[in-house]
Design a binder for this molecule. Structure first.
Ligand code: PAF
Length: 282
């Protein structure tokens, strides 16, 4: 597995493969890899001749400097996992390589980035869209894999690729969960035991909402009430966001449920923000 720390190095590597007519798959990460990331790598491995993974803790998508500072960094373990999974090259740039002095261009989806996560973390999706554009331009993969756990991020990236005519195929992979339903996330390892035990409440709330809708006759307001009630039963959880949206436009939904909806929840557990989301269908 080749380690590339500069744009020139990764470009040279990928250019050789492309000349040989090979299909290149990409998995972008911020490191602290877990089984959820490895599911993306496995899908990319199965569908590509060559796989590139990137590890870059992107400063522009963090609002809170403390969150950026304390974000887990586990480079040696990450590289061992990627090598074992058959990744061909890893791109690990430093901040100056991605954001050179004088860098002032940003990429932003507008309406999609305003709700839910975007509303509580202003600028977050601008940071994501900008860095993902840079990584797409640097690696020039044929396809890139993203997790459905980051439902809004996936929607933002799909929209950006469509609107800016980027020649990359976006593939998604279902959320991987722990046995108790907690969505796998690099943040989970920062939860003290009592908060870790409380965190599956997010999954219970999503499942409760899905069951309510599946029974028929549900309203968006009724879903909201049920989710709030389930989360309120867990004293260690502080609900910070609840959005129920139309999946394509991310416009807030209301009234009777007549089609698929995106349900997105975020909550803090002792200061650690966790998100979970799923589509629900009548
Ligand atoms: O999902 C992530 O880990 C990040 O948001 C991404 C897509 C790697 C951009 O920094």
């Amino acid at each position: 597995m080749k380690l590339c720390r500069t744009i020139a190095d990764i470009r040279a590597e990928v250019a050789g493969w492309r000349q040989a007519g090979q299909r290149v798959g990409l998995v972008t990460t911020m490191g602290a890899l877990h089984a959820g990331h490895m599911a993306l790598v496995a899908e990319a491995r199965g569908a590509s001749d060559r796989v590139v993974a990137t590890i870059f803790v992107n400063p522009t998508q963090f609002g809170d400097p403390k969150d950026l500072e304390t974000y887990p960094r586990t480079e040696a373990e990450d590289l061992a996992m990627l090598e074992a999974a058959g990744v061909d090259a890893v791109f690990l740039p430093d901040v100056g390589e991605i954001y050179p002095p004088g860098d002032e261009t940003i990429v932003e989806t507008t309406a999609l980035a305003r709700v839910f996560h975007g509303a509580v973390r202003p600028g977050h999706f601008r940071g994501v869209a900008t860095v993902v554009t840079k990584l797409f331009n640097i690696v020039q993969a044929d396809a890139a894999w993203f997790g459905e756990k980051d439902y809004q991020q996936l929607a933002v990236i799909r929209r950006m690729v469509r609107d800016l005519h980027m020649p990359v195929d976006i593939r998604s992979v279902a959320t991987l969960r722990e046995k108790d339903g907690l969505a796998m996330s690099s943040r989970n390892r920062r939860l003290p035991p009592q908060d870790r035990a409380a965190a599956p409440v997010l999954h219970r709330a999503l499942e409760g909402a899905a069951a309510l809708v599946a029974r028929g006759g549900a309203t968006v307001e009724g879903i909201g009430e049920l989710v709030r009630q389930i989360v309120a039963e867990e004293p260690r959880a502080r609900l910070t966001g609840l959005d129920i949206v139309h999946p394509d436009s991310f416009e807030p939904a209301s009234g009777a449920v007549t089609g698929p909806l995106g349900l997105m929840i975020s909550a803090e557990f002792g200061g650690i923000l966790l998100i979970d989301q799923r589509e629900i269908h009548p």
